[in-house]
Design a protein around this ligand. Structure first.
Ligand SMILES: [Zn+2]
Length: 301
């Protein structure tokens, strides 16, 4: 109780201070970096945008810290992925939605384009950013939502969106062409967790994950040996680690292959559920997708 009271007065005092220009801008808080990047591309300089989850952070397991709670409480608008990606933040987002706009970027995606996953409580696969055209729909929803919140900026937001959507269209074509350069027999993507389902469907590559859709599910020895058999049978050249998931699982697969006399390489690090470091090309959505594609193509071609 005491802490809450202090927090309440602290917020009250901040609200009473004369605000400089910076503070007049709406504060937007997002869960993942990919969402923050999309929002920044739409709002430009008209709002302050901040992501809670940085490089290497796994959204499935992420719990809001005290600092996060404060940022979420102070935010004017919150964007999150939805589809149960932020598995441990549901309750807090639900509470906040009674006080301010809390918007799921996946909300307007046609559900016929989504996969239901039996091992994920029959929910939809939340990894929508891996199909660039699904992500475009999320960007559309962000734009419409921002126009509702800041109607005076409508023209600017629409102009910004047009630029970003055309960059996403080019990215989509780029990914299709690059992936098509891998011989079909070698087009198999093996990763630690099942993040790449939409990627596989959109860009015609078979996808196998060791863990389920969420990193919460455990992998077992059986899963490892099944995957080892599959890799040896299909003579797969490389498997991939993910920046936001422990390497342990995929290393077990590599070791299993070695014990059976088959050398499978680690094809590199993929950005699955988090972008790279801010200020690097991989610290943007477009850069992250391009980096993944080049890692995959180099290892499998
Ligand atoms: Zn994931």
């Amino acid at each position: 109780m005491g802490y809450r009271l202090i927090l309440f007065f602290a917020v009250l005092m901040m609200a009473c201070q004369p605000s400089d220009k910076e503070e007049e801008k709406p504060q937007i808080v997002t869960t993942t970096g990919m969402i923050a990047d999309a929002v920044k591309n739409i709002v430009g300089e008209t709002a302050e945008v901040e992501a809670l989850m940085g490089p290497g952070v796994d959204p499935h397991l992420y719990k809001a810290t005290q600092g996060d709670l404060q940022r979420l409480t102070e935010a004017d608008i919150i964007f999150y992925n939805g589809l149960h990606l932020e598995g441990k933040m549901g309750e807090i987002l639900e509470k906040l939605s009674r006080q301010k706009p809390v918007i799921a970027v996946a909300a307007e995606i046609d559900t016929s384009l989504l996969f239901r996953v039996p091992q994920f409580n029959n929910n939809y696969d939340p990894h929508i950013w891996f199909d660039v055209s699904l992500w475009s729909t999320a960007v559309r929803h962000i734009t419409i939502s921002m126009i509702k919140q800041q109607p005076l900026n409508k023209e600017l937001y629409l102009a910004n969106e047009a630029i970003y959507q055309s960059r996403l269209d080019s990215l989509n074509v780029f990914v299709k062409n690059e992936m098509a350069s891998i011989p079909p027999r070698q087009r198999v993507l093996i990763t630690a967790h099942d993040a790449f389902g939409y990627f596989g469907k959109a860009y015609d590559i078979e996808v196998k994950g060791l863990q389920g859709i969420s990193t919460i599910s455990e992998y077992g020895l059986r899963d490892v040996s099944d995957l080892v058999d599959f890799i040896i049978e299909r003579k797969i050249k490389a498997v991939f680690v993910e920046t936001s998931v422990s390497e342990k699982a995929i290393n077990a697969v590599v070791q299993g292959c070695k014990q059976s006399g088959f050398d499978v390489q680690i094809g590199g690090n993929l950005y699955s559920d988090a972008m790279g470091k801010a200020g690097t090309p991989e610290g943007t959505y477009i850069g992250m997708v391009k980096a993944n594609v080049s890692t995959i193509v180099n290892a499998l071609k």
